[in-house]
Each structure stands twice: as structure tokens, then as C-alpha cells.
Write a protein that binds this ligand. Structure first.
Ligand SMILES: *Cc1c(COP(=O)(O)O)cnc(C)c1O
Length: 393
């Protein structure tokens, strides 16, 4: 990677060169509006259909069940708000989890303010939903279950097939935020009884600002953006043709490389987990040991502030992410780490590293070497650590 080691692929990924190459003509000679009548522009309609086919194939879905959006957040908002509205007569209860992305959690809060009742399921200490809890939460007025496929912070993969089956048996719609999982693990919407699925281009080496919502045929879902007749009148606006072409190219690439990529990434992930747990004391792995995304590692180091760790890693050219939401101006630890039962002080010392197919063993060795030094250095300055050592010596 040259100047720095980028281990924040859950935040965003580098757009693959073949994706950029596929997009470029749609900014220049193929710039036309797909709704126009003349040939050079209306040809873009076929280009869009071709991308829909690629995405539908990747999910075992039908082409006309794929609706392009401006990313994962929009797809999540759409799935929740529009089904809530369309099914309000049947009931006003929605079930989701405490570890969802804010695009789901804040939409849930919004719906509560509009008179809906939202249950936020707890998860176990590995960040996985307990099926008994889900069954118990179901009510006669439950209209929607939304559970993320894989968590963006701790990488835990949910028992999506079982959740889908439960939803299906109770005749409740099932939505999954698959923004982290799509392109990393194989997904089939029929096998998992998924009625709606959100995904995003920039999490799978595609462009930012483009994503899609899969909506199963027969789901009554309202138009999200009113205007023109694009996306079968459900999401108006001139299509983001370069973005859609980029998304299609990224999905093709992800499908083609998935097996090899995930084998390589999970081997490096496991190597890192083993070494860090063995070589750094007072450290724990967050998330399930095996039911986790191939590229996700998340540790908590006791007696340490995640923010200081990030700054010192940055000085060594390492890009990572912590467990606190300091970007939003608050120093509250991550809702995900609290949901798996970590006390505040341990959640604060968390570090997320998310690999890409460009990550090498040398990168990982460099990161571990620096991590050991930085953790030791920060602990030397920690009064809590000093107390702990005194008490235990
Ligand atoms: C990144 C992410 C989103 C939001 O996607 P955008 O395309 O950035 O809007 C939603 N859910 C999960 C799990 C994510 O990781």
C-alpha cells in the first residue's frame, strides 16, 4: 500500500481500478439521460439493466427486484419507513436489534416518534441474536423484523436463515442490512427468506453514494422519492449511471474473487487474533471467534483509551478505527460494545482493524509490532494500570 497501511475497510474501501475504468465512459461520451429518446442516451437504460442482472444473480433474486439508491443509509431508511407506512393497518410493531447501524437505529427512533413501537433485541456476549428472544418478541401486530447480516464493528454474522424462517412462519416481513456482508459472504435471498436487503457500493470496492435495496416481488412498499418514473416509480431521480455501472462492476468483481479473497483474509485475520491475544496481556477479542466477517478484527485493551491508540497508530502510518463514537462529538462508547456486555472502561479501549485483499502478512506483522509497543507505552502512563499492578504484585 506504500505510504500507509489501511485497515479501516469497514468504514470504506478503495474503489477497484476495474470499477473506475468501467465508470469513466459514463461521465464523458456516454453521459446521456437514460430516459431520453435518442439512441446514445437510451442505451444507458440497457447498461443499467445489465447491472441489475449482475446484482440479482449475486443474490439469487430477480432483476426487477433490485432498486438503486444513494447508498446503504438510504436503503435502510426506505426499507423501514416505507414498510411501516404501507403495513401500518396490519400493525405498528417492528423488531430490530441493539447492534444495528445508526441508519437503522435512528430510523427506528423516528418511527417511534410517529407512533410505531420498536423492540430492540439484546444480543449474546458474541454479538449474536438469540432466536428465543426473537420468538418471544413477536406479537400479532409485528409487521417487520430487521436484523443486520453482519455487524460493522465486531463482525459477528447473524443466523440469518433461522431468523428469516421465523419471520416467514409468522408472516412477518424480514429486512436485513447486508452492507457489510454483501460481497464478503455468499447470500441467497430465497434460502434465507429475505424480503428486503440493503447494500452499498463503497463497502465492496465500488463508488460512494450508490447502493441498492432488494425488494421481493409482492412486498407492498411505497415510493421513497416522488418524482419521475425511474426505478419502477418507486425511487425518482435521474439515475446515477456512472455509480450504477461502478456498483455492477464492483459486485461482479466481489463475486468473482470472493472465495479466494475470504480465504486469504480470514487466514490473516486468524493469524492476527492469535498473535495479539497471546502477545499482549489484558486484551480480549470482541465478536464471535468464527462466525465473523473474514476481514474483521476487534480487540479491547484494558487500561487504555482507544482514541490515544488510534492517534499513535496513525503516527506509524496505520489507519484503524476505535469503538467510541467520538466523531459524533460524544465520548460514549460504542452501542455495540455495550450491547455485548462490556463495561464502559473496557469498551473505551477498543480497536477495530478491517482488512482488504491488499493486506499482507508483512503489514500485519508491522501492525502487531507497533501495537505491542504502543499498548505498553500507554499503559505505563495509566494510573489505573499502576493501581492494578500494585494490587496484583
Ligand atoms: C456503512 C454502513 C451503512 C451505511 O451505508 P452508506 O452507503 O455509507 O450510507 C449501513 N449499514 C452498515 C452495516 C454499514 O456498515
Amino acid at each position: 500500500m506504500g505510504q500507509f497501511i489501511y485497515l479501516d475497510n469497514a468504514a470504506t474501501t478503495k474503489t477497484a481500478p476495474e470499477v473506475v475504468e468501467a465508470m469513466l465512459p459514463y461521465y464523458t461520451e456516454k453521459f446521456g439521460n437514460p430516459s431520453s429518446v435518442y439512441g446514445f442516451a437510451s442505451a444507458n437504460k440497457e447498461a443499467i439493466t445489465a447491472q441489475r442482472d449482475i446484482i440479482a444473480d449475486a443474490l439469487g433474486a430477480k432483476s426487477n427486484e433490485i432498486y438503486f439508491t444513494a447508498g446503504g443509509s438510504e436503503a435502510d431508511n426506505w426499507a423501514l419507513k416505507a414498510t411501516a407506512e404501507a403495513y401500518a393497518e396490519k400493525g405498528k410493531h417492528i423488531i430490530t436489534t441493539k447492534i444495528e447501524h445508526h441508519a437503522i437505529l435512528h430510523t427506528g427512533e423516528y418511527l417511534e416518534s410517529k407512533g410505531f413501537d420498536v423492540t430492540y433485541l439484546d444480543v449474546d456476549e458474541d454479538g449474536i441474536v438469540r432466536l428465543e428472544d426473537l420468538k418471544e418478541a413477536i406479537r400479532p401486530d409485528t409487521i417487520l423484523i430487521s436484523v443486520m447480516y453482519a455487524n460493522n464493528e465486531i463482525g459477528s454474522i447473524q443466523p440469518i436463515k433461522e431468523i428469516g424462517r421465523i419471520a416467514h412462519e409468522h408472516n412477518i416481513l424480514f429486512h436485513t442490512d447486508a452492507v457489510q456482508a454483501f460481497g464478503q459472504v455468499p447470500i441467497n435471498v430465497d434460502e434465507c427468506h429475505i424480503d428486503m436487503l440493503s447494500a452499498s457500493g463503497h463497502k465492496l470496492n465500488g463508488p460512494k453514494g450508490i447502493g441498492f435495496l432488494y425488494i421481493r416481488t409482492g412486498v407492498k412498499i411505497r415510493s421513497f422519492v416522488h418524482g419521475g418514473a425511474q426505478e419502477r416509480k418507486r425511487r425518482a431521480g435521474t439515475e446515477n449511471v456512472p455509480g450504477i455501472v461502478g456498483l455492477g462492476a464492483a459486485v461482479s468483481r466481489a463475486v468473482r474473487t470472493m472465495e479466494e479473497r475470504s480465504a486469504k483474509e480470514s487466514a490473516l485475520r486468524d493469524y492476527m487474533i492469535e498473535r495479539v491475544l497471546e502477545e499482549i496481556p489484558h486484551c480480549r477479542l470482541n465478536g464471535h471467534r468464527t462466525k465473523r466477517l473474514p476481514n474483521n478484527v476487534n480487540f479491547s485493551f484494558r487500561f487504555i483509551e482507544g482514541e490515544s491508540l488510534l492517534i499513535m497508530l496513525d503516527m506509524k502510518g496505520i489507519c484503524a478505527s476505535s469503538g467510541s463514537a467520538c466523531t459524533s462529538g460524544s465520548l460514549d462508547p460504542s452501542h455495540v460494545l455495550l450491547a455485548i456486555g462490556l463495561p464502559h472502561e473496557i469498551a473505551h479501549g477498543s480497536l477495530r482493524l478491517t482488512l482488504s485483499d491488499e493486506t499482507t502478512k508483512e503489514d500485519i506483522d508491522y501492525v502487531i509490532g507497533n501495537l505491542k509497543e504502543i499498548v505498553e507505552h500507554l499503559r505505563k502512563m495509566s494510573p489505573l494500570y499502576e493501581d492494578f499492578i500494585k494490587k496484583n504484585s
